[in-house]
Design a protein around this ligand. Sequence first.
Ligand code: IPM
Ligand code: MG
Length: 380
Amino acid sequence: MNTTGLKIAALAGDGIGPEIMREAIKVLRAIERKQKLSLEITEAPVGWAAIDQEGKALPENTLALCKKSEAILFGAVGLHYRDAEIPKEKRPERAALLQLRKQFGLFANLRPIKLLPALAAACPLHPERQEKGIDLLFVRESTGGVYYAYPRKTEEVLEVKDDGTTTQRIRRAVDTMALTTTEIERIAHVGFRAAWLRRKRLTSVDKANVLETGILWRDVVTEVSTQYPDVVLEHVLIDTAAMQLILRPSQFDVILCGNMFGDILSDVAAALVGSVGMLPSASLSTRRHGRTFGLYQPAGGTAPDIAGKNVANPIAQILAAALMLRHSFGLDPAAKAVENAVDRVISEGYRTRDISSQRDSKTHLVSTSQMGDAIAAAIV
Ligand code: IPM
Ligand code: MG
């Protein structure tokens, strides 16, 4: 395979984004040397960083770079304390991240969640509930549902009281949850294929007891399941799924969800494996010419409270880079080398603050950059 000059757009963004991106690039450079790859990594501003430099969250130059690239390595965007500075549709979460997902058709968001044995003490569950460990894959629909559908607005209306009289003007916010059979089918196929490659069990999450979208979701996923006779499908309501994730996470393998449910449940699951700072995410489009275009990011946010302090956990960003090597470039050995390096430094006891636990003896508290150095040095 031609592995020269793989073009990567690196958009670090806001908050802890730049610090963790620096470490991911450090690790990519280490794997590049070890495995004789050639990576063309070009950085560009996004989010508040881009608003400050160029007046918008996703400037034309940044978008042009993404279009020329084979993959996007993304940090994090959004600073809630600056929200009042700009109209809501121009804020980075919508104008940059959601826009990129939509623009590049990145409908399939994969979030692998694994409790490393050495991190068992960072898991909030009693060891008994950890059973044989936690190893899940979320397949989250990420270009549809309530994040994108219209109408979507906040309006002024007259409040109607129970007796039919109107009184004062109040504000009313509207979001719309909408999904088509096409959207459900294509994400269901991603879910079933992933399940087929793993333990052949797929849990589909919905709210079919209340929502129209939930009923359609369940129907379509059931229909698609007939094409995967080897995969056992179960349907679970979102509230039950949230509870069961905490009570018995090991019963799940691949969890298929709509956009918002997947957003929420994947953070719940991230807490189970120690920290959202450990959780990478791949947003993929349909495979074309043997390549999958993708955006790879940590699933956590910008964490403004710890930004600039060199304490954030860079592992989610580093594992996101590994997912990029695997899914966009087909470089499974390189991806594994990065994942093994992470496992190794964790088992050697390196811990950033979020995953350190007093129950855990023989660990060393390290900074963001020390963690990146250790992982880069552990690449073999
Ligand atoms: C995520 C994030 C985003 C989402 C936000 C930042 C828009 O929480 O990737 O999980 O909700 O999709
Ligand atoms: Mg989220």
